[in-house]
Design a protein around this ligand. Structure first.
Ligand SMILES: Cc1cc2nc3c(=O)[nH]c(=O)nc-3n(C[C@H](O)[C@H](O)[C@H](O)COP(=O)(O)O)c2cc1C
Length: 308
């Protein structure tokens, strides 16, 4: 049993699940995701992640990424914790796209979303600002225990699920987009140099390059399973640099002078990196359910306090 949690709410859920499993006779190792290096040696895994801007907590995500092979060999269940309202108890919430891609990669047997908790005295930005309006404990111990008992009932006969790499993750796809970014930027620069003075061409290119990266990033990150924004931005920037060095400086200009130009080379490259990163980040966050007004008519309408 492992979890990625910032403010402790998800840890509370994980500890309830561990307790239920132990009660049913399982030997449970419960550990923060950041402390788990290797999951091999376990017969099953349950991994929980807090949701922030519809993204799974980084520790949970990284744990899965560094243990893909080992997790494919055992049955795995995932849970998310987040909504600061009773929506998780009332209906099955859509799986965040990032989590859906992880489920596919490791062949997880199941996923559910539990309500979250935001302490009224949460500190830091933007949690403190959000806590002024949305603080409360929407974790539902009864539902958590029921889910854990269901999983406990399945574990003894469970086999690993069917795993496959989501198409969005393909390496050729990642590299092709990087090469396209370089080709479009180079063609734009060549066209501008024909049409106008060098100074104007350099300025226009510095504006158009990040736009080109943004358009390609939208296309790339829209597909589920796309790689994380930072490595993607780094790889695309490296591809542009390499092709600039080999083709433009090496084969065409036969001179490395272009790399001494801050506005001609390094500014558009930096802006392209930032545009890719930002676009990837924004697309990985999707709107999440707004808290609904409390109502006495629904079973779990009141926040339930959990000891933690
Ligand atoms: C800045 C911020 C963004 C959040 N974004 C989401 C979200 O996108 N979806 C969601 O269901 N809950 C969201 N929440 C609620 C948290 O997931 C909830 O507080 C959760 O219980 C936190 O888990 P932790 O205490 O383990 O860190 C957000 C909370 C904060 C403070």
């Amino acid at each position: 049993m492992t979890w990625g949690s910032k403010l402790g709410g998800t840890e509370g859920i994980a500890r309830i699940i561990a307790e239920v499993l132990e009660h049913q006779g399982f030997e449970v190792v419960a550990q923060r995701a950041s402390e788990v290096r290797d999951v091999s040696g376990h017969d099953a895994a349950i991994i929980g992640g807090a949701l922030y801007a519809n993204r799974w907590h980084r520790d949970a995500r990284r744990l899965v990424m560094r243990n893909v092979a080992a997790l494919r060999r055992i049955p795995v269940w995932l849970f998310s914790s987040g909504p600061l309202d009773d929506s998780a108890d009332r209906r099955t919430l859509p799986t965040p796209s990032q989590v859906a891609a992880l489920i596919e990669r490791i062949g997880a047997r199941g996923h559910t979303t539990f309500g979250g908790r935001l302490p009224a005295d949460a500190r830091g930005f933007p949690a403190a600002a959000m806590a002024r309006q949305h603080s409360g404990d929407w974790r539902n111990p009864e539902r958590i225990r029921t889910w854990a008992a269901d999983v406990a009932g399945i574990i003894p006969d469970a086999r690993p699920g069917v795993a496959h790499e989501p198409p969005g993750r393909s390496l050729p796809r990642l590299l092709a987009h990087g090469v396209a970014a370089w080709a479009l930027c180079a063609a734009t620069m060549a066209g501008l140099l024909r049409l106008t003075s060098t100074g104007v061409a350099i300025a226009a290119h510095a504006v158009l390059a990040p736009l080109i990266f943004t358009v390609l990033a939208v296309r790339y990150f829209q597909v589920r399973g796309a790689r994380d924004p930072v490595p993607t931005a780094l790889i695309w920037t490296a591809i542009v640099l390499l092709l600039d060095a080999a083709v433009v400086a090496g084969a065409i200009q036969r001179d490395l002078a272009m790399f001494t130009s801050l506005t001609g080379t390094w500014l558009p490259l930096t802006l392209g990196f930032l545009a890719t990163w930002l676009t990837g980040f924004i697309l990985s966050t999707k709107p999440w359910p707004r808290p609904t007004p409390r109502s006495d008519t629904t079973t779990h309408a009141h926040p339930t306090r959990l000891a933690h």
